[in-house]
Design a protein around this ligand. Structure first.
Ligand code: G3H
Ligand code: 13P
Ligand code: ZN
Length: 332
């Protein structure tokens, strides 16, 4: 495959975005996408709310959508933004890269930022592979996210039985030895739509599951050790109750779905957390609307008639997140 730099595609890396987010006490939303409708919703939602954003691609998404097509989709997104005369800038980011080779391949095909997730390795191995990615990435002015600590949760490509919180005493050494630009930490978030087992939660007066609070004490300890350094929160979907209800009342079976309450994410966004990852909420919004269309119009078979409303719902959700949760709206 021919090598291309993200700069030729009209993209930016995350360096300046994170500096401004740190100063302005907000976080940049990082939305995952796998198809055209998700991409359109992310772009339209962020243009309308004038929010900088990070477009995230997992290795599963890369396999699903085809890596070459993805590059052209990202170029298309940059074109759409320019056509709208919008000042919004975005980074194209590899989510949960697991090898140097995968990170290199993304950098060579136009990504402006990569995550090397060495959190499942030993501490020494994590440092080794992260440092190797940083050396290659920085030579191409691409920014790198590393991870310390393990998040619980099951996704297609990312899975762990239980979480291990980030050890604050390791962060200074890890950042210094690897040269990473940002650090993903584990303080109680997890991937997917069922982030906590019911026995980990309490119930409110209506019987709704209330998850245990995030470990802000660990975050504060980390901030003390690496002041002003950009922190990333994975597994940060709120698992919006409205969408879970829509799914279940239209034939779905989502049991014990529970996420991170918005107020806690808002609090995190005001701290050194500069990037908040959201995938599951986007999946839920689209699925909820598709199920509703099929219930209301069972004879419908034109994909535009169900993907269109799903895209519209996702756009609304993104505007809400940027305005009310991340605080990134108006910061473009
Ligand atoms: O953190 C993982 C993302 O939600 C991506 O999920 O591997 O199913 O594409 P995926
Ligand atoms: P959610 O499953 O909470 O949306 O997390 C997404 C994520 O961390 C992608 O890396
Ligand atoms: Zn993640």
């Amino acid at each position: 495959m021919e090598k291309v730099s993200y700069k030729e595609l009209g993209l930016v890396n995350t360096r300046e975005m994170f500096q401004k987010a740190m100063q302005g006490k907000y976080a940049i939303p990082a939305y995952n996408f796998n198809n055209m409708e998700q991409l359109q919703a992310i772009v339209m939602g962020c243009v309308e709310s004038r929010s900088p954003f990070i477009l995230q691609v997992s290795s599963g998404a890369r396999k699903y959508a085809n890596q070459t097509l993805l590059r052209f989709l990202a170029m298309g997104a940059a074109g759409m933004i320019a056509d709208a005369n919008s000042p919004v800038k975005f980074a194209l980011h590899l989510d949960h890269g697991d090898t140097f080779e995968l990170c290199k391949s993304c950098i060579d095909s136009g990504f402006s930022s990569v995550m090397i997730d060495g959190s499942h390795h030993s501490y020494e191995e994590n440092i080794k592979v992260t440092k190797q990615v940083v050396e290659y990435a920085h030579a191409h002015d691409v920014t790198v996210e590393g991870e310390l600590g393990v998040l619980a949760g099951i996704e297609d490509e990312v899975s762990a039985e239980k979480s291990t919180y980030t050890k604050p005493e390791e962060v200074e050494d890890f950042v210094a030895k690897t040269g990473v630009d940002s650090l993903a930490i584990s303080i109680g978030t997890s991937h997917g739509a069922c982030k906590f087992k019911p026995e980990q939660c309490t119930r409110d007066e209506r019987g709704v599951l209330v998850p245990p609070p995030l470990r802000f004490d660990i975050l504060e300890e980390i901030e003390k050790r690496i002041p002003g350094f950009p922190i990333v929160l994975h597994g940060a979907s709120s698992v919006v109750a409205k969408y879970v209800e829509m799914i279940n009342s239209n034939g779905g079976k989502l049991k014990d779905a529970v996420g991170i309450p918005e107020e806690q994410l808002r609090k995190a966004a005001r701290s050194a957390v500069c990037k908040i990852n959201i995938d599951s909420d986007g999946r839920l919004a689209m699925t909820a609307m598709i199920r509703k269309v099929f219930t209301d119009s069972p004879a419908e078979f034109d994909p535009r008639k169900y993907l269109g409303p799903a895209r519209e719902e996702l756009t609304k959700m993104i505007i809400h997140k940027n305005q009310e949760v991340l605080g990134s709206a108006g910061q473009a």
